[in-house]
Design a protein around this ligand. Structure first.
Ligand code: MG
Length: 190
């Protein structure tokens, strides 16, 4: 079967990594509980920044956030390796800006993700993911972002949400921890 994955906040804990980085950069301590109650993808409001200031800080932080030590979610790598050894095809579809594609691919290789260049797609808009997902005829697709997930409701792909504070309103199958998903997939794809 064909499994597609978003990367940021689906396989890796990018926003929380950014939340800690922002505290250092801005010299401002903000309780992690606030992070866990944010109801939008963007994190800057917790630091009292406007949307414009937040966007600017985010864009200036990308090299650090993308290419240093952002933690993978527990169990994500094991699951991907399990799928690979089961003979399944794994695709990565990320809307990171296109200029970060090569370094993102290399970072994924360094983290030991099972990844090949032909199955790595980077640089599309959120609204353009649906076309790639349909062209690839994925069986499963995993993402965290409502703006992406909303575009997939009328497609044949089985969509699974990576649980986050800002997507709890979506009525879709959901995974909270990747080490729990193995059982679900094992029972479904026999
Ligand atoms: Mg994401």
């Amino acid at each position: 079967m064909k499994f597609g994955f978003d990367i940021d906040d689906t396989l890796i804990n990018l926003r929380e990594y950014a939340f800690h980085y922002y505290q250092q950069q801005l010299g401002k301590r903000v309780d992690i509980d606030i992070f866990h109650t944010l109801n939008r993808v963007e994190i800057h409001e917790a630091f009292g920044l406007s949307d414009e200031e937040g966007k600017d800080l985010w864009n200036r932080s990308l090299d650090f956030l993308y290419f240093t030590d952002c933690p993978l979610y527990f169990g994500a790598l094991d699951l991907l390796k399990q799928l690979e050894s089961g003979g399944h095809d794994i695709y990565y579809i990320t809307s990171r800006p296109p200029e970060y594609a090569d370094n993102t691919f290399n970072w994924m290789v360094e983290q030991d993700f099972p990844i090949v260049r032909e199955n790595f797609f980077c640089g599309m808009k959120d609204s353009e993911k649906v076309e790639i997902i349909q062209n690839l005829q994925l069986d499963y697709y995993f993402d965290d972002k409502p703006a992406v997930l909303d575009t997939l409701t009328n497609t044949p792909v089985k969509v699974i949400v990576k649980d986050q504070s800002y997507n709890r309103h979506l009525d879709l199958p959901r995974v909270e921890n990747w080490d729990e998903l193995g059982d679900l997939i094992n029972s479904e794809i026999k």
